[in-house]
Design a protein around this ligand. Structure first.
Ligand code: ADP
Ligand code: MG
Length: 775
């Protein structure tokens, strides 16, 4: 590491050595550098080799166009980002400007350089600010997210966007576009190029916190289940540790023997775990989870008659987002709301596997402390700390730890009074909407003016953030990751000591705490931070090594309590990282299948036409399986099979087939299939049109089966997780069942292909086109 650090410092020096030469160039010649670089790339020069000159050129352009010249530390960070690592740059250090360097360099290759961030607002804001720099240098920039409220882009627009040199977008938009493109029916509907370079802003939020939930495209609604309220009614009667056990740290809940007996009685079944009760069992697990792992005002809110999720990362309302696999409906059941429709998952991908598809991935983040190992293991990216431009003079005070929440809150209120005397602005950070409202109420009770910034006050967010840096301002807020709007401390507030950060509890990981502290002391401002914690905090309840009923039994030293709390925080970090690993492992099994399916689809869409021989080979295999499955079924079974799969009419030779001879039956079916194909060719009288028909049938058969498979895999995740197995076993079971299901799916696809090819009606439309009526 030290080597590469020294190497990178030398690189910065080399970039600086081009500074005067670049400065001396008239605008037109500076712009002409782009053509020169492109020419050198075309001749085989590597980007690494071009980096010093290219960085020097775009740096000069930034100065000329937006009046900002990237500092050496920013250039150092830009090198790290190009090398495929993550630059840790504190809030306010200028990540957005820095990003223009690697984006320019990687955009030169003509293969596309993408910046992704957490929301559309930030993507648009940064793109608009730096668009003039790229355009000055002759690169085309596109914004990948539509304006708020606007419809998604058309395919034509997406082609335009994704062929740009530099693209600013969000992680979920790129993920959804990837999934959507792979639902395309013809090559004309494709718009993505192979993924080349991606730079991830707020990398810790995207790569770690958001990575747990896969992106899912929902399709047709599933048949509505009425089991949710029933399952909840049953679960409401169960007692923790008697009928069920909840492992808080793993988030896994399982029925005990007594619980299983109670379930069998309640639902009048012999054994709830029997395969025929898969759905009942699934609903029970969901209802149990809804009651144990989810808490109103922390994980979700009930707004009127709607359930709306809360982001644990940004503290925002996740309008329109739903938990997958029926969990959403289970919580609706718990809250007595109308059950919304549960849609089938049609396509899904996790961020981990999405970003691993890029040839190169770089990142930037304010803090990723404590996650270095995981980032390296999961993504192969190192985290490189970049020194700040001005030294940080914020004072991070030691944590204040006490036994009870009451004691803690008294101390916090005392501290608030103390700070008020000084006139320093305060940011009081809480972990949930609920506790933000509690603190707000305390302040109201004492007649203290303040702003409350949480998921319910988003409309006024910008204004509140602006006020938060004024002298005497008090802001109570939930987590603020990715808010993108910094608190700018005003001069008179700096003069009295700057912003005070008060953390009202220990948070689930060090990163979040770092982020919260980082709100103060940006760009060398004065400021301080202090966290309060108690042994009754959520973190300790969930991950602590001492049971709550024993917490108050003895007096502990502050140092002893802090040790226990830090240990709980590490347990929480391990648990989250375990959950991310599991989610990734799940997706790896699915990714293999997804890659295969997408590759076959692509081959059909863009490859050479499927030959008659290939199709007949598929049919022969299908018939062979069918004959094996129906052995001994006799003439009646064969007749059914023909009607269901090949033709609505029996040919004369049907009566002379010896149904006891597998070979004769197979040959008969194959002959029927060939005749059916020949008829279609004759009707269409055009090979191209026939190929089109065949392609459509293949794609339709694949899509129907794959959508079902994706949906099944989503459900399988929750089912195997609740089997209470060790983690490696969970993954193994999932992979095993996923594999069998895939083999079944392949057979189903081939059966469908044969059936649709034979039984669909086709004709030439009046315009000469193809009209298909699927069987
Ligand atoms: P971050 O995302 O790292 O928190 P921003 O990219 O939002 O920081 O930048 C913070 C502020 O610093 C912005 O107003 C930006 O324009 C300014 N800034 C960053 N780098 C420079 C620079 N080299 N010269 C002048 N201003 C800069
Ligand atoms: Mg930023």
């Amino acid at each position: 590491m030290a080597d590469s650090e020294a190497g990178n410092r030398r690189l910065v020096a080399r970039i600086n050595s081009y500074q005067d030469a670049m400065r001396a160039l008239p605008d037109a010649e500076l712009r002409a550098k782009t053509d020169e670089f492109r020419g050198r790339i075309a001749k085989g020069e590597r980007l690494d080799n071009l980096l010093p000159e290219a960085y020097a050129a775009v740096r000069e352009a930034a100065l000329r166009v937006v009046g900002k010249f990237p500092y050496d530390n920013q250039v150092l960070a830009a090198i790290v980002m190009h090398q495929g690592d993550i630059a840790a740059m504190k809030t306010g250090e200028g990540k957005s400007l820095t990003a223009t360097l690697p984006l320019y360099l990687n955009g030169l290759s003509g293969r596309g350089a993408m910046l992704v961030t957490v929301n559309g607002y930030l993507a648009r804001r940064d793109a608009e600010e730096f668009r003039p720099v790229f355009e000055f240098m002759g690169l085309r920039l596109a914004i990948g997210v539509p304006e708020p409220g606007a419809d998604d882009f058309s395919v034509a627009e997406k082609k335009q966007i994704y062929s740009a040199d530099v693209i600013y977008s969000t992680s979920d938009k790129v993920g959804f576009d990837y999934l959507l493109e792979n639902l395309a029916g013809t090559s004309a509907e494709k718009y993505l190029r192979p993924f080349n370079y991606v730079l991830i802003d707020e990398a810790d939020a995207i790569l770690l916190d958001l990575a747990q939930m896969p992106l899912v495209i929902s399709g047709s609604p599933r048949v509505q289940s009425n089991l949710y309220p029933l399952a909840d009614a049953f679960v409401a009667t169960l007692r923790a540790d008697v009928e069920y056990e909840y492992d808080e740290s793993r988030g896994v809940v399982t029925l005990t023997e007594a619980g299983i007996a109670a379930a069998n009685r309640f639902f009048h079944v012999e054994n709830i775990y029997a395969p025929e009760y898969f759905q009942l069992n699934r609903h029970l697990n969901l209802a149990l989870r809804a009651r144990t792992s989810f808490e109103p005002m922390r994980d979700y809110m009930v707004l009127g008659d709607r359930l709306v999720l809360l982001s644990s990362v940004t503290g925002r309302l996740l309008e329109g987002n739903k938990l997958q696999g029926g969990l959403h409906q289970a919580i609706e059941g718990r809250e007595g709301l109308d059950i919304t429709t549960e849609n089938r998952a049609m396509a899904s991908v996790t961020y981990q596997n999405l970003f691993l598809m890029f040839d190169r991935m770089g990142g930037m983040t304010g803090t990723a402390k404590g996650a270095e190992k995981e980032l390296l293991k999961t993504y192969g990216t190192a985290l490189i700390e970049i020194p700040t431009y001005r030294p940080v003079i914020r004072v991070d005070e030691p944590d204040v730890v006490v036994q009870t929440i009451d004691e803690k809150e008294r101390l916090i209120l005392d501290y608030i009074d103390e700070v008020r005397e000084t006139g320093r602005p305060m940011l009081i950070t809480t972990s949930s909407v609920k506790s933000s409202m509690r603190f707000s109420q305390y302040l109201l009770d004492r007649g203290i003016e303040h702003n409350l910034l949480n998921a319910l006050s988003e409309a006024k967010e910008a204004e509140m953030v602006r006020e938060a840096g004024r002298k005497g301002a008090i802001t109570v807020a939930t987590l603020m990751a990715g808010r993108g709007t910094d608190i700018k401390v005003e001069d008179d507030a700096k003069a009295v000591g700057g912003l005070v950060i008060i953390g009202t509890e220990k948070f689930p990981n060090q990163r979040v705490e770092g982020q919260i502290r980082g709100r103060a002391g940006r760009q060398g401002d004065p400021g301080s931070s202090r966290f309060y914690a108690s042994m009754q905090d959520d973190l300790f309840v969930k991950f602590g090594s001492v049971k709550q009923e024993d917490v108050l039994k003895r007096r502990r030293s502050a140092a002893g309590m802090l040790r226990l709390l830090n240990r709980a925080q590490r347990a929480s970090e391990d648990s989250a990282s375990g959950a991310r690993k599991l989610s990734k492992d799940f997706d790896i099994a699915m990714a293999r299948q997804r890659d295969l399916v997408y590759a076959v689809r692509n081959q059909i869409i863009t490859g050479a036409p499927i030959t008659r021989q290939e199709v007949e080979g598929i049919a022969a295999q299908v018939f062979s399986d069918a004959v094996a499955a129906q052995a001994g079924g006799g003439r009646g079974a064969l007749m059914r099979y023909v009607f269901d799969n090949l033709s609505y009419q029996l040919p004369d030779e049907f009566h002379s087939v010896d149904t006891s001879s597998a070979t004769q039956v197979k040959e008969f079916l194959s002959r029927m299939f060939s005749r059916a194909m020949q008829e279609k060719v004759d009707i269409l009288a055009d090979d191209d049109v026939f190929t089109r028909f065949q392609n459509i049938v293949f794609l339709k058969s694949i899509d129907v089966a794959w959508v079902e498979q994706v949906d099944f895999l989503e459900q399988l995740k929750t089912v195997v997780q609740d089997r209470n197995l060790a983690q490696h076993k969970v993954e193994y079971e999932y992979r095993r069942e996923a594999f069998f299901a895939f083999e079944e799916m392949k057979k189903r696809i081939n059966q469908d292909i044969v059936r649709l090819l034979c039984l669909s009606r086709i004709e030439r439309g009046s315009d000469g086109g193809l009209v298909i009526q699927f069987a």
